[in-house]
Design a protein around this ligand. Structure first.
Ligand SMILES: Nc1ncnc2c1ncn2[C@@H]1O[C@H](COP(=O)(O)OP(=O)(O)OP(=O)(O)O)[C@@H](O)[C@H]1O
Length: 265
């Protein structure tokens, strides 16, 4: 599975949101998408699963332009794990995971009970087999996110799309979720706000700023202090993680630049 965005621009109500973005995710690669609030990350991600059609450019899954594919075919190739939110309907964990089978069912066919081996395998993979009869609303945030990963696994699509999957999760649940995703060894495009998590879990990172990709590459190269200062407006220092030996970013507020004409102390 290869995802390739080429020159993608997005407009919403004729306002430009994203412009001329090129992005690829290769088979088995974990790619992060970072950027400030409102920079267009979710909008760009939405073009992959056809929730938004590009105004210009193309999105290809395994070489096929997504606009030529049915929603069902797109869902067979790419599964979305959105950020934790209160479910609109209070389905059981098993019912939620069963929804992942939707793209593979024939008309009027349903997956019911625990008979579907794919659903059981997905539940076991995220360690929620014992919670299958529980209502989603009764789970912790971390368990709920794992249930959504199980739904994506049941969908059996080679590409995973994650939109701020660690939002609202405590540090334990966040690391647990990203470790789980890492162990799946699937092509992954993941929107993350936490740059340290992005550095720890992504092979490559794209940085969106004002709707444009301004950098891409390995985290240690891309997240250099100057770029972080320009894009996020904070001072950033590179450290070495004392346990993993990986990149650790320390942030501090940017010192206000004092105007030479300032009359204040
Ligand atoms: N349906 C919509 N109607 C109007 N404007 C929208 C819509 N969806 C997104 N936008 C605008 O597009 C811009 C990019 O939004 P988007 O959610 O893609 O950014 P983001 O980088 O994912 O933000 P965040 O990190 O805050 O989630 C924002 O200015 C937002 O207000």
């Amino acid at each position: 599975m290869r995802l390739a965005l080429s020159g993608v621009s997005v407009r919403i109500d004729s306002s430009p949101i994203v412009a001329e973005c090129d992005l690829t995710v290769e088979d088995g690669e974990r790619v992060g998408l970072v950027g400030p609030n409102g920079s267009g990350k979710t909008s760009l991600l939405r073009t992959v699963y056809r929730a938004l059609d590009p105004f210009a450019g193309s999105v290809a899954l395994s070489g096929d332009d997504v606009t030529t594919l049915s929603q069902r075919e797109v869902a067979r190739r790419a599964a979305l794990v959105a950020q934790d939110s209160t479910p609109d309907f209070d389905f059981t964990v098993e019912e939620v995971v069963a929804m992942g089978r939707g793209p593979w069912l024939r008309a009027f066919e349903s997956t019911t009970g625990g008979g579907d081996a794919t659903i059981t395998a997905a539940l076991e993979r995220v360690r929620l087999a014992d919670h299958r009869a529980r209502r989603l609303s009764t789970l912790s945030g971390g368990e709920r996110q794992r249930a959504l990963v199980a739904r994506a696994l049941a969908q059996e699509s080679p590409l995973l799309l994650l939109d701020e999957p660690t939002n609202h999760l405590d540090v334990h649940a966040a690391l647990e979720l990203l470790e789980l995703v890492k162990d799946l060894e699937r092509a992954t495009l993941c929107v993350l706000h936490d740059l340290n998590l992005a550095a720890a879990y992504c092979d490559r990172i794209y940085v969106l700023h004002g709707g444009r990709i301004v950098a891409d590459g390995p985290p240690a190269e891309v997240l250099d202090p100057e770029l972080v200062r320009t894009v996020f407006g904070v001072t950033c220092t590179h450290l070495t993680h004392p346990v993993t030996g990986g990149l650790l970013l320390a942030f501090s507020p940017q010192q206000p630049v004092r105007s030479p004409h300032s009359v204040k102390g």
